[in-house]
Design a protein around this ligand. Sequence first.
Ligand code: ZN
Length: 111
Amino acid sequence: MPVPSWSRAVTSSPKFAPENYASLPSRVSLHPETDLYLNEWHGSGFQLSDLPCYPNGPDSIFEKVQECGRCGSKNIVVVYLCNWYDQSGADIDLELECKSCGTFTQYKGWA
Ligand SMILES: [Zn+2]
């Protein structure tokens, strides 16, 4: 899969994760994790390497989105991720919470 183009926004509250994200388990799957074409998770905070589809940790697809969009800290957790794939490409929504500055970074990628 080609490396996606990413756009980025930074907010003080979550945009993709639900308002009650902090009271959720660390990772909640919203679709069967065996679905190859649509995967979606939210939660109070997980790492990409926790996901069954990234057993070796984040691959090159996520190389550029492993830091806070505000302060650049790598002390981040994922609070939302949606991967959608088909023959024409991929659409990825990712939201990180920064444990250093407390902001949320939304990354939208397509390839
Ligand atoms: Zn930060």
